[in-house]
Write a protein that binds this ligand. Structure first.
Ligand SMILES: Nc1ncnc2c1ncn2[C@@H]1O[C@H](COP(=O)(O)OP(=O)(O)OP(=O)(O)O)[C@@H](O)[C@H]1O
Length: 604
């Protein structure tokens, strides 16, 4: 038998168009052909299990080999095989019409990068790397004659009988000159490992099986031990630190999804995202660009997601609007929140111990996802400077009595740097106020979000003002100095500092407090911090930083300053006092610091 024919498709020359679209992703030809071979072996297994095939199944597997001299790559399977009629039907019609449909759909989109790099172009993707493709196949059906099909990617093909004795299909790619990079062992191996690491049938390359056909996400959680999960993590990300815990995802309605998400051990944002979540479709690796499929804050997690219901051959904008994708998003969010809530309930002490690591996910989730915020307010913890953890409700109760100001607002004091803000923390502690430790990069955003959510609650950094201003209970101390004295002290400080960015005020504080303190307004500081983090507040970032110098009108040293006759002596004392205040905030630097040290030594 020998027959040539024409493949009936509308677009004359689809090959150049496809090649252009897939330019950066030629390697997926192997994923497509190996997946087809795996499908074929699974089909024969199924036929055998339902009694439609009674022959020997044999050792079902897919073999990939290459011949550098002949410039071929061969993908062989012992699956169901195809008769000549079936090749005509499945390859000439289905495979080519799939390719045509794709081109019809995307040919007008130019170089639109929106097209996701992975789509099931199937068999036709072979022509991205091959100038000619041969199929030699023998169907499982009794008495079936082997067939050979050959085509150079144009619309012409030829089909004849072949000598193949065993059941299954060999796809032989005659590699084009511009694709000879694929005729290298390491290249083929790395592509196979990337896409085929968890394919459900054994894949043999260079006499070795390169995959694990039964990854644990396909099993039932009740059949798995912690050790299994840890081992699998190691298989996914060799040599990494153990994860904290994991969630086994398993849903079959209203969409299909399985997977395992691991919470990595991360202390700071810089370490994040080194490893990525891998997306599979029926155990075929698709991508690790899971944006749009996994909620953004959960991209901080590691692991695998496997779903045949995620559309892979569509543009990003379509993906965002896809209802399955949306459902998958909220399902995963819910599962993660449930898992965290369970852990919290089951063992609070262990949860607290892990919170340094998981706090980042929790806070990021609360900021970015309203539903997650709802759920997480029950288990999100805050920690005070005595290392004690509170839920948000517990904390509200803790500070309610002492830290409510005259307008009825609860004031939460926090520190971002215990070392540097120690003097302020001590002032707060003297008044028996609690100070929270909120020192990670995400915390400024977390605070903004929580202020918007919690009613009548204000968050103030402990060094944003003097303590009785931060929590204004309405009880004002009397100043020992007269108003005129206060005015003149103010003037002395202003002239001594001689700096418009340092705003002086003289106020009645407790004599136990320092003679002067330097603070930075909470609002201005937040704005400039957010602009530094790229929060679009550029104008605040460009403005010079302003500090408030509050002089303690009730401190004995200020009393002494007010009573000095000589203006020179007043200024010398004001200089020493303000330098000390700046020094305590690490704000005395350079020539000013050198001058301060020299002067202090000279005065000994
Ligand atoms: N190795 C094989 N053994 C048996 N049949 C095959 C083999 N490869 C391809 N086929 C047949 O050819 C058809 C077309 O393959 P093609 O890869 O183009 O599309 P598909 O696998 O149906 O879908 P997709 O576009 O998602 O890959 C398959 O559905 C299958 O029936």
């Amino acid at each position: 038998m020998k027959e040539t024919g024409n493949i009936s498709i509308h677009t004359e020359n689809i090959f150049p168009i496809i090649k252009k679209f897939l330019y950066s992703d030629h390697e997926i030809f192997l994923r497509e052909l190996v997946s087809n071979a795996v499908d074929a072996t699974q089909k024969i297994k199924r036929l055998s299990s339902i009694g439609e095939f009674n022959g020997e199944l044999g050792d079902l597997k897919v073999q990939v080999s290459f011949d550098k001299d002949k410039k071929t790559i061969t993908i062989s399977d012992n699956g169901i095989g195809m008769t000549a009629e079936e090749i005509k039907k499945y390859i000439n019609q289905i495979a080519f019409s799939g390719a045509t449909e794709f081109v019809e759909k995307y040919k007008d989109q130019g170089d639109d990068k929106g097209i996701i790099g992975h789509f099931g172009l199937g068999f036709y993707s072979a022509f991205m790397v091959a100038k000619e493709v041969e199929i030699i196949s023998k169907s499982y059906q009794d008495g079936a004659e082997a067939a050979r099909w050959i085509c150079d990617g144009s619309t012409e093909y030829s089909i004849s009988s072949a000598k193949k004795k065993t059941r299954g299909t060999d796809i032989i790619l005659h590699i084009a000159e511009d694709s000879e990079e694929f005729l290298e062992e390491y290249r083929l191996k790395s592509i196979l490992e990337k896409y085929g690491k968890f394919l459900p049938m054994p894949i043999e390359f260079q006499e070795k099986i390169i995959n694990n056909p039964n990854p644990i996400w396909t099993k039932s959680p009740s059949d798995l031990t912690d050790e299994d999960y840890l081992q699998f993590y190691d298989e996914l990300y060799p040599m990494q630190e153990k994860p904290l815990f994991w969630i086994h995802l398993n849903v079959d309605y209203p969409f299909n999804l399985t997977g395992i998400l691991y919470f990595p051990k991360v202390k700071n944002e810089m370490q994040l995202q080194r490893e990525k979540i891998q997306l599979y479709s029926r155990q075929v690796f698709i991508t690790d660009e899971v944006k749009d499929i996994v909620p953004e804050f959960l991209m901080l997690l590691h692991g695998v997601i496997d779903s045949p219901d995620i559309p892979l051959n569509v543009s990003r904008s379509f993906l965002q609007a896809d209802s399955n994708v949306k459902k998958i998003n909220s399902y995963i969010t819910k599962k993660v929140a449930d898992k965290l809530a369970d852990l919290f309930k089951a063992d609070r002490a262990a949860f607290e111990e892990k919170f340094a690591n998981i706090g980042l996910f929790v806070k990021y989730g609360m900021i970015s996802d309203e539903k997650f915020m709802e759920r997480a307010t029950n288990f999100c913890l805050v920690q005070d400077t005595n290392d004690k953890y509170f839920t948000l409700d517990e904390y509200a109760e803790e500070v309610q009595a002492a830290q409510t100001d005259k307008d009825g607002n609860k004031v939460y004091l926090y520190t971002t740097d215990e070392q540097q803000q120690d003097a302020f923390i001590q002032s707060a502690k003297q008044k028996e106020y609690s100070v929270l430790r909120l020192d990670s990069l995400i915390d400024s955003h977390f605070i903004q979000a929580m202020e918007a959510k919690l009613e009548k609650t204000q968050w103030k950094r402990v060094d944003a003002d003097r303590i009785d201003k931060l929590i204004d209970t309405g009880i004002n101390l009397e100043a020992i100095l007269s108003d005129t004295q206060k005015e003149s002290v103010k003037k002395v400080f202003e002239e001594t500092l001689n700096d418009k960015q340092k705003v002086v005020a003289v106020e009645a504080m407790s004599p136990d407090e320092l003679p002067a303190i330097v603070t930075q307004n909470e609002f201005m500081r937040r704005m400039s911090e957010m602009s530094k983090n790229g929060g679009g507040m550029g104008m605040f970032g460009a403005m010079p930083t302003t500090y408030n110098i509050t002089v303690n009108a009730n401190h004995p040293l200020i009393g002494k300053l007010a009573s000095l006759e000589s203006e020179e002596e007043q200024k010398a004392l004001a200089k020493q006092i303000s330098d000390l205040a700046l020094l305590s905030q690490n704000l005395l630097t350079g020539a000013d610091l050198t001058a301060f040290i020299k002067r202090t030594i000279a005065n000994q």
